[in-house]
Design a protein around this ligand. Structure first.
Ligand code: F6P
Length: 535
């Protein structure tokens, strides 16, 4: 059994430490007292330099957090994931996205080795046998998908690629395609349609011609209502506007190859149930990324993520960036009781990073019960929100500086710009540094309205440049940091039962919107339904 964090001795020590001193921690005093603070609380991980020094943490508190991690058997749990054990126990599935970015020599990992690893990991992890992942399946599918991607890129007849998918089948690929636009081949436009609001699909179709459009139907399950509705409408449009040869103009990215076939799609790239939707951009779901940046670029994305995997897997906890970030998240959520985290990518190319991270963090760790289904007496995932800087500064940073709640901010910046326009990048970086500085230092003013309290924490992540490999590392860093906090909280970060109820109710309500039957509904839903009847 994993020990739940609130039952460990370290949890009580952290609480005592918080009450006796940490709650009065002052960043300005901490820097004044320790000339080495920046070095002590910053580190280089693969492709990502992280400055944690502007956080409300000292060596003593961080040591206690490492002790907490050890008492919660974090390393065993991590090793169980890397061994292919079914740690997503409510769905009896392994958590295998990490196997999608193994380099070819690592493909030799076999189930037997994985079983040994679990056995050696001791009692904490032994419960996770048997192994459900067969990593050797990965490379052939990857090769087929990348060959297809390169063929699409070279096909001058295809001018528009439309990805139809939602959630993990949209957010990751969309975020990465925008982030790596600098590396994309010219001449092909990539569109992402996710919303069942027909306005979105109609707007894209208005820009496309059937003979020059490729539709990618991206759905792990191939049952998601929004995606299926959009896919059907796209197929009807294709046929109605004279499109022929569905096999050339439609491809499916799914674990449900049979359903794709029934839909009439013969070009299918599969993946496996051990790849979670929000962790699936490394699989066939990443096809739009591969079309945008080519097979070499996609392999570089995987390689960057793999470097971060290796770091997470082998670096001692004290020098392990995903571990340090995940533990900081626990420190803030459960002891400081901060409810939110703001993501501030100072990069227009990373403008969809906040949306992507919302799903990653909130769908993974927005849980209220422990692994045994018992209600938790402490908080889990924070609310994530954000916009690229400097735009956010002119919108909601007011609240970050002077609001009544403290919201830790996570800056992401690039040392080198992805464009050649002179004068812009220094202004952009100066703003990122200035905001982090202003949050920390504040400004005394007796007038009240102009007073900035300061001591507001932030983390600063710096990439040398935004490239396929650095983006891969950045995403994997976030995946693993979410793993760490979820592991400490003792929750299953890999299921998402909370999305099911709304889906069931929507099916019922959709029929009522046509029939007008409001019988048995609550007063508000019935009242609104009568105002919305679909004629
Ligand atoms: O409803 C939530 C969810 O299941 C996400 O976890 C997932 O990323 C998304 O829907 C899309 O699912 P699918 O890829 O199966 O269409």
């Amino acid at each position: 059994m994993r020990m739940r964090c609130d039952k460990t001795p370290a949890w009580a020590e952290l609480q005592a430490q918080f009450e006796s001193s940490a709650q009065r921690f002052d960043l300005r005093r901490a820097f004044a007292a320790d000339a080495q603070r920046f070095d002590r609380f910053s580190q280089q991980a693969p492709h990502v330099f992280a400055d944690l020094s502007k956080n409300l943490i000292d060596t003593e508190s961080e040591q206690l957090l490492f002790t907490l991690a050890r008492q919660c058997a974090l390393e065993d749990y991590r090793d169980a994931m890397f061994a292919g054990a079914p740690i997503n126990h409510t769905e009896q599935r392994a958590v295998g996205h990490i196997f999608l970015r193994n380099q070819p020599e690592d493909q030799l990992i076999r189930a037997s080795k994985a079983i040994n690893t679990i056995a050696n990991a001791g009692a904490q992890a032994a419960q996770f046998a048997p192994v459900l992942v067969e990593p050797a399946l990965v490379e052939p599918v990857l090769q087929a998908m990348l060959a297809y991607a390169d063929a699409v890129r070279a096909d001058a007849r295809i001018t528009d690629v439309v990805n139809i998918g939602i959630g993990g089948s949209d957010l990751g690929p969309q975020m990465a395609v925008l982030a790596l636009a600098e590396f994309a081949a010219p001449g092909q436009r990539l569109h992402f349609v996710s919303n069942v609001d027909g306005q979105e699909l109609a707007g894209v179709l208005a820009q496309c011609k059937p003979e020059s459009t490729l539709f990618l139907i991206a759905s792990k399950t191939f049952t998601t209502t929004e995606t299926m509705t959009n896919a059907r409408s796209a197929k009807e449009w294709f046929e109605a506007t004279g499109g022929t040869d569905t096999s050339r103009h439609f491809a499916a990215l799914t674990t449900n190859v049979a359903a794709a076939g029934q839909f009439g799609i013969t070009t299918t790239f599969g993946f496996w149930d051990w790849v979670g939707g929000r962790y699936s951009l490394w699989s066939a779901i990443g096809l739009p990324i591969a079309i945008a940046i080519g097979s070499a670029g996609f392999r570089a994305l995987l390689a960057g993520a793999h470097e971060m995997d290796a770091h997470f897997r082998s670096a001692p906890l004290e020098h392990n960036l995903p571990v340090r970030l995940g533990l900081l998240d626990v420190w803030y959520r459960n002891f400081y009781r901060f409810t939110s985290r703001s993501i501030a990518p100072y990069s227009s190319a990373l403008r969809r990073l906040p949306a992507y991270l919302q799903q990653l963090e909130m769908e993974s760790n927005g849980k209220r019960v422990d692994a045994d289904g018992q209600a938790l007496p402490f908080d889990t995932a924070p609310v994530l929100c954000g916009e690229p800087g400097t735009n956010g500064q002119h919108a909601y940073f007011q609240m970050l500086h002077q609001g009544t709640s403290v919201v830790p901010v996570e800056f992401v910046a690039l040392a080198k710009p992805g464009h050649g326009l002179p004068g812009h990048h220094a202004k952009l970086l100066a703003n990122a540094l200035a905001q982090a500085q202003a949050l920390m230092l504040g400004k005394a003013d007796s007038g009240g309205h102009k007073h900035f309290p300061g001591n507001r924490p932030s983390t600063f992540l710096l990439l040398d440049a935004l490239t396929p490999d650095s983006l891969g590392a950045l995403i994997a860093l976030h995946e693993h940091r979410v793993f760490v906090s979820g592991a400490i909280w003792g929750i299953n970060s890999f299921d998402q039962w909370g999305v099911e109820l709304g889906k069931v109710l929507a099916t019922d309500i959709e029929a009522r919107l046509v029939s007008g039957d409001a019988g048995g509904l609550d007063g508000s839903t019935a009242g609104l339904l009568r105002k919305m009847l679909v004629k």
